[in-house]
Design a protein around this ligand. Structure first.
Ligand code: SAH
Length: 348
């Protein structure tokens, strides 16, 4: 979750990426616009590749710093799940704090149910090894490991998160089942086919190369295993539409600046990427309505005494982050931002 608190030391202050989609979604790579747009010769192409690599490195560093600096404050206010809650569309938005935390657990349960993991007892029993890709401080891993009696490994770019996640696992006597490390989702340090459940809860939006991200998820999942991606997306483009409207892109760009996001993609783009692999049961859904109460709640907590003190302690950049939150609400309301779940299974 990129919500409450902005980084106190951004390494770049303007958005370095823009989407350069190719409609064949086999190459969903997001490049620096200034370096990709006019590259026609090999030399200039090499320059573009180098520039993209530098930008990717800057993004990785920025994400790590962002979470190093903000995770403690998030945990203090919201606990160990750094993702949206799942609500009934007509539920009251005045839920208590514990209601929001329950909604975050419900997000995990609904994701498992949607993917088919918990609708079949035999399926459920098969889950012995889990990877939590973009694990935050490990809330999902600990929950899933306890639920399934499984082992879970979480990866994050933030050393502070990895340490806190391991400390929490030890405090909950789960260290023999659950562990966390710093590693890149785009180059996972795991052998092929290792995991029965590949879990990515609100980390996909940070990935600058969606094709590589999906390739890695597909590579590490075991035959018969499930992949669950829950992520921020932009709306699907309509037939013949090549890009979002300029005002829509502008809105997303403003969010990217604060929350360290490269260009966004749609749930359709994820589905196309998964279809380019031999996978079964590819399904997706738009849960935007189910998460609608979440951001207003985050803003309300930021405006409490405790929230304000935390924000002030974090400095101007955090305040800027908090001021960006209404853009998320605007994005959902105007239908530009979609909260997507995409799941599938690797054939046996
Ligand atoms: N899934 C967690 C945290 C979501 S916050 C939860 O639901 O609580 C996003 C997480 O994605 C952070 O932990 C961040 O470090 C991680 N992340 C972003 N880009 C990543 C990358 N390239 N490799 C590994 N982790 C990444």
């Amino acid at each position: 979750m990129k919500a409450t608190l902005a980084p106190s030391s951004l390494t770049f202050t303007s958005l370095p990426y823009s989407s350069s989609f190719h409609s064949s979604s086999s190459s969903l790579l997001f490049r620096c616009p200034s370096s990709s747009a006019s590259m026609t010769t090999t030399t200039r192409g090499n320059v573009a590749v180098a520039a993209a690599a530098t930008s990717t490195e800057a993004l990785r560093k920025g994400i790590a710093e962002f979470y190093n600096e903000t995770s403690g404050l998030w945990e203090e206010i919201w606990g160990d799940h750094m993702h949206h809650g799942f609500y009934d569309p007509d539920s009251s938005v005045q839920l208590s704090d514990s209601g929001h935390r329950e909604a975050q657990i419900r997000m995990i349960e609904e994701s498992l149910r949607f993917s088919g993991v918990t609708t079949d007892e035999e399926e459920e029993k098969k889950i012995k090894k889990i990877v939590d890709v973009g694990c935050g401080i490990g809330g999902s891993s600990r929950y899933l490991a306890s639920k399934f009696g499984a082992e879970s490994i979480g990866i994050t770019l933030s050393p502070v998160q990895a340490k806190r996640a391991n400390d929490l696992a030890a405090a909950q006597s789960l260290a023999h089942k659950v562990s966390f490390q710093v590693a890149d989702a785009l180059e996972q340090p795991f052998e092929d086919g290792k995991f029965d459940l590949v879990w990515s809860m609100e980390s996909g939006e940070h990935m600058p190369d969606k094709a590589k991200f999906v390739n890695e998820l597909v590579r590490v999942v075991a035959p018969g295993g499930r992949i669950i991606i829950v992520t921020w997306c932009h709306r699907n483009l309509s037939e013949g539409e090549k890009a979002l409207q300029p005002w829509e892109q502008n809105l997303l760009d403003r969010i990217c600046k604060t929350f360290y996001l490269p260009a966004w993609c749609s749930t359709d783009d994820y589905v196309h990427l998964l279809q380019s692999h031999s996978l079964q049961d590819i399904k997706c859904a738009d849960w935007s309505e189910n998460v609608a109460p979440f951001w207003p709640a985050v803003i309300r907590t930021a405006l409490t005494w405790k929230g304000l003190v935390s924000l002030l302690r974090s400095g101007m950049k955090s305040i800027k982050g908090a001021l960006t939150m209404p853009l998320m609400i605007e994005g959902y309301k105007k239908g530009v931002i979609k909260f997507g779940i995409i799941t599938c299974r690797k054939p046996l």
